[in-house]
Design a protein around this ligand. Structure first.
Ligand code: 5GP
Ligand code: ZN
Length: 116
């Protein structure tokens, strides 16, 4: 997708602080970190959101989570972390290229959502 920010990061047209890369997955530091550890894990191929994945994507999505665990530990969150996948309008996804946020650090990240 030529106008997708994260596809441009994959193509090297926009710089990023990469922390992990393999054939299918790229991970880089969020430009505006919410916690001391804030990394985005993305597929190199354009997938718009979690709402557009199919059953065939299941092994790949599992691998993304495995990589997320590895990165969280390496980046300084060995005692646990949170993964977030904002999806679509209701999930308030800002960048329409699937990404897993890893947030963590030495201290607890805070409450989840305010309860209704
Ligand atoms: P979303 O709201 O879509 O789940 O999260 C998008 C995330 O991408 C935000 O946390 C934002 O800070 C991050 N982001 C947006 N543009 C860039 C960029 O050009 N580089 C990096 N490293 N992060 C970005
Ligand atoms: Zn994209």
């Amino acid at each position: 997708m030529s106008d997708c920010i994260f596809c441009k990061i994959v193509d090297g047209k926009i710089p990023s602080a990469k922390v992990y890369e393999d054939d299918e997955i790229l991970a880089f530091k969020d430009i505006s970190p919410a916690r001391p550890v804030h990394v985005l894990v993305i597929p190199k191929r354009h997938i718009t959101s979690l709402a557009t994945v199919t059953p065939e994507d299941a092994p790949f999505l599992g691998r993304m989570l495995t990589v997320a665990n590895q990165i969280a530990t390496e980046q300084g969150s060995p005692d646990g972390f949170r993964v977030i996948i904002n999806t679509g309008r209701v999930g308030q996804q800002e960048v329409p290229h699937l990404h897993i946020h890893i947030v963590g650090g030495p201290d607890p990240v805070g409450p989840m959502l305010k309860r209704i």
